[in-house]
Ligand binder design. Structure first.
Ligand SMILES: O=C(O)c1ccccc1N[C@@H]1O[C@H](COP(=O)(O)O)[C@@H](O)[C@H]1O
Length: 223
């Protein structure tokens, strides 16, 4: 299966266009006011129109209530809901039932013990996104440009598709994929020139670097 590349935290038409043109499979919009990448419903609506049918639109939320999700559904009509907070398995089930969209659950990782939640989430989620566990005093649970020890996923056997994120950039994405064997990668800080400011050249370089790993593995399998 081909590698999924997600560029997250897009908040301008120009950088969204760069990500779409460069071949991002998923584009993520952050609906979480404390984030420097937060987009209003109005902006989300515009960006969603621009991305429609060109890439999967992902709405990133953190412990959002139904009213907030209702508004996001109306504005962005996301293809996927990325739940990046402490949502329980029961809450995932509610969200899936109520909103009828695939759910990608972010799982924070610092130690092997963090993987104990997987069997529960695997029953309901459509996809898992592994991210570095944020420090206790962080203002947000992700998007901090911090990586986790990818070797924790080395022997992972998960029936569900999974992606890896946290501190990825054009220089380390190949190694992250080699170690984790993830089916997709997700980046935000690693394609920014300053917090919340996406850089078109860095977006292109990231997508190129991620795709190059795919080309290399295909070459190996035909030989
Ligand atoms: O991007 C944010 O501001 C954000 C806020 C709250 C939760 C998650 C957030 N971002 C996601 O975190 C990971 C890792 O990001 P980074 O590449 O290390 O900056 C990624 O999935 C972002 O979508």
């Amino acid at each position: 299966m081909s590698l999924l590349v997600k560029i997250c935290g897009l908040s301008t038409g120009e950088t969204l266009e760069t990500a779409l043109d460069a071949g991002a499979d998923m584009v993520g919009f952050v609906f979480f006011p404390p984030s420097p990448r937060h987009v209003s419903l109005e902006l989300g609506r515009d960006l969603g129109r621009q991305a429609k049918r060109r890439a999967l639109k992902v709405a990133l939320t953190v412990d959002a209530d139904d009213a907030t999700l209702d508004n996001i559904m109306d504005a962005l009509s996301p293809d996927i809901l990325q739940l990046h907070g402490k949502e329980s398995v029961a809450r995932l089930r509610d969200i899936k039932q109520r909103f009828g969209r695939p759910v990608m659950k972010a799982v924070p990782v610092a130690t092997a013990a963090d993987l104990a939640v997987l069997p529960g989430y695997a029953e309901v989620a459509d996809r898992i996104l592994f991210d570095a566990r944020a420090p206790k005093d962080a203002t947000r649970p992700g998007g901090l440009g911090a990586a986790f020890d990818w070797r924790l996923l080395e022997n992972l056997e998960l029936k569900l598709p999974y992606m890896v994120s946290g501190g990825l950039d054009a220089h380390n994405v190949a190694e992250a994929l080699r170690v984790t064997r993830a089916g997709g990668v997700d980046v935000s800080s690693g394609v920014e020139s300053a917090s919340g400011v996406k850089d078109p050249e860095m977006i292109k370089a990231f997508i190129r670097a991620a795709r190059a790993t795919q080309d290399a593995s295909q070459e190996l399998s035909v030989r």
